[in-house]
Each structure stands twice: as structure tokens, then as C-alpha cells.
Design a protein around this ligand. Structure first.
Ligand SMILES: [Zn+2]
Length: 165
């Protein structure tokens, strides 16, 4: 049984791979899913209270990009692209980093990280020292105001995906 603490301090437990458990709706975040279809989920990061920090992940357990069909690859990056457009159009953030995670024994995913101004205060090199950014968020953003902002941003993305294909 795996355990983690959600962005708003709920205890989450799951069996097996957390990516598969989430895809199968075995646990939920209070902000809800931003989007899902037959093959993918798009969601707020489970643990980090950074609004608009989203994860796109395939529903089936995949560890390598090469395991996705070409159609699925296109679909995954279209979802990531659309999420960023929605966030940008709604002035959540201007710049984003895509962080592609292919690691042994880990469920493949793409992170969409908004580049907020406060991140530059944490480290000189955000990508080299993401841990400093995450630590800052965990220490400073566990509050109702951020939780509401996370719900608001997830709602915006949800509406954006709901309004068109
Ligand atoms: Zn998995």
C-alpha cells in the first residue's frame, strides 16, 4: 500500500502503481480531474500546491514513450498543448516548462509547470533545482487561498476542454 499527502493535506493511499490507481479513480483530489478521455488523464499535481501544475498521463501503465502508439503520442501532446493554451488565455501564467518523465518502474507522464515569478527567488536554475521550487511551495502554499486557486485553475481548464473538442 502506497501513501502520499495531497496538495491540500489529505492522506491518500493506493495499491500498486499510483498512476494506474489514479487513472482507475481509486483516489481523487478535491479539485477534481481537469480532463479525461479514453486514454489519458489531465490533473493537478497530486502533492504540490502550485496552481496549474498539471500532469498528463496515459491511463494504461506505460513506462516508455515507445510503448505509446503514434496516435496516442499525438493525443498526449495535444492535451498538454491545449492545457497550456487555456492557462495562457486565462492569464494564469505566460511561460511554461514541459517536463517529460520516462523513468524505470514509473508510470510515464508529462508535467506542465507554470513559470511563476516567485520561482526565480528559490533558485538560479529552476530546471536544475526543481526540488528547491517544490520545497518552497510545500512550505509556503499549504493554505486555503492556494487550495481555492488550485480549484479555480482546474475549473478553468475543465471548462476549456468542455467547450470544444
Ligand atoms: Zn501505472
Amino acid at each position: 500500500m502506497g501513501k502520499m499527502v495531497s496538495y491540500n493535506n489529505n492522506e491518500i493511499s493506493y495499491d500498486g502503481c499510483p498512476g494506474c490507481a489514479y487513472a482507475g479513480h481509486a483516489f481523487h483530489l478535491d479539485c477534481g480531474l481537469a480532463y479525461e478521455n479514453e486514454h489519458f488523464t489531465l490533473s493537478q499535481d497530486w502533492e504540490l500546491p502550485i496552481p496549474g501544475f498539471l500532469i498528463v498521463a496515459p491511463k494504461r501503465h506505460i513506462e516508455m514513450l515507445s510503448e505509446l502508439t503514434e496516435e496516442e503520442r499525438n493525443e498526449m501532446f495535444s492535451i498538454a498543448d491545449k492545457a497550456v493554451r487555456i492557462l495562457r488565455e486565462n492569464n494564469i501564467c505566460e511561460r511554461f516548462d514541459y517536463i517529460f518523465e520516462e523513468k524505470e518502474n514509473r508510470h510515464l507522464h508529462v508535467w506542465i509547470l507554470p513559470r511563476y515569478d516567485w520561482m526565480a527567488e528559490c533558485t538560479d536554475d529552476i530546471i536544475a533545482d526543481l526540488g528547491a521550487v517544490f520545497d518552497y511551495a510545500l512550505y509556503n502554499f499549504k493554505n486555503e487561498e492556494k487550495y481555492r486557486e488550485i480549484e479555480r485553475v482546474t475549473g478553468i481548464v475543465k471548462n476549456g476542454f468542455g467547450s470544444s473538442k
